[in-house]
Ligand binder design. Structure first.
Ligand SMILES: C[S@@+](CC[C@H](N)C(=O)[O-])C[C@H]1O[C@@H](n2cnc3c(N)ncnc32)[C@H](O)[C@@H]1O
Length: 294
């Protein structure tokens, strides 16, 4: 009777433990070194960066960022045994002063200090993370191995052969997103003394801009319009000397000002635009649905 009771108690304790332990959102599968190198290169990792690997496994991405690029880093990993392995490996490779590893759920940590986020974790986790990723400081780089961010298209993507890859076909997709600033809204600028001011009305979906520049009462759609971190760029056909010329605008957004330059055939001039009203920035999960304003 007593023996039965003890067994029953043991089962209850085990069940309680299982319920309180957080199940991993992805299994432990390593990223092979060629992929790690490509991820860090695409992320433009330098000694000034703070790299956070979400689901850091044996710590290899954070350790490589510190060892090869001099970066500081932090790895968060549910499995405490893997965290211990990562700490030991950081010691062995002489980077323990620049990297830390923590046994924690990646959804519970503060990622706001990261200048680079790396992940090899899975599509549904990526989608759950997306709202937090979009709130990161503009210019923060996000590099993901194999899994995308749904309908937020990457700024860059490469596919490389990976012989001996432990999971899936022997190749890897590596994708980079640069967190965009919000450049939506009504912008105004002048192309020089004596010329009528120009006004652009822009809507943004993730890092893509759409809209029109209004000149002399006519709306001309912007082309190749995007935001990469704080860099805004678009081109638009504008009249000059009786001809429609492609004008390329590029500048850095800070608050409600963009400062940069405009180039057109035979012209290169400073460009300074001011925002008078914010517009729409679509960052929801549903496929982008917006119309190009006229
Ligand atoms: C595919 S492995 C990637 C390991 C490492 N980043 C790499 O690329 O070599 C994913 C890791 O995420 C961990 N993981 C899964 N869900 C997690 C969560 N919610 N919080 C923290 N780590 C998690 C797993 O234990 C596993 O080690």
């Amino acid at each position: 009777m007593i023996a039965m009771g003890k067994r029953h108690l043991a089962v209850c304790v085990l069940l309680l433990f299982a319920a309180s332990a957080r199940a991993a959102d992805a299994p432990f599968v390593v990223t092979l070194p060629t992929v790690v190198d490509t991820m860090l290169k695409m992320g433009g990792v330098t000694a000034g960066d703070y790299v956070i690997d979400l689901g850091s496994g044996d710590g290899r991405i954070v350790i490589a960022a510190a060892r090869q690029h001099g970066a500081r880093g932090y790895g968060v990993e549910l499995d405490p045994n893997l965290v211990n392995t990562a700490r030991r490996e950081a010691q062995r490779q002489g980077v323990a002063d620049r990297v830390t590893f923590e046994a924690e759920n990646l959804f519970n940590i503060d990622i706001s200090k990261a200048s680079v986020i790396t992940m090899y974790i899975g599509e549904s986790v990526n989608l759950r993370l997306r709202p937090a990723l979009l709130k990161l400081k503009p210019g923060t780089r996000i590099v993901s191995h194999d899994f995308d961010l749904g309908n937020w298209p990457p700024d860059e993507k490469v596919t490389i052969p990976v012989p001996g890859k432990p999971y899936g076909p022997p190749r890897s997709d590596i994708m980079l997103w640069v967190v965009p600033a919000d450049a939506s809204g009504r912008w105004r600028w002048s192309m020089g003394e004596g010329t009528a001011p120009l006004e652009a009305q822009l809507e943004q979906t993730f890092q893509m801009l759409a809209g029109a520049v209004h000149a002399a009462g006519r709306g001309v759609p912007v082309q190749d319009a995007r935001v990469r971190g704080e860099q805004v760029s678009f081109s638009v056909m504008l009249e000059r000397g009786g001809r429609a010329l492609r004008h390329e605008f590029k500048g850095r957004l800070s608050g409600d000002t963009i400062e940069g330059e405009v180039r057109a055939e035979g012209l290169q001039a400073p460009w300074r635009a001011r925002r008078s009203a914010r517009g729409k920035w679509h960052t929801d999960l549903a496929p982008a649905k917006f119309e190009t304003p006229r």
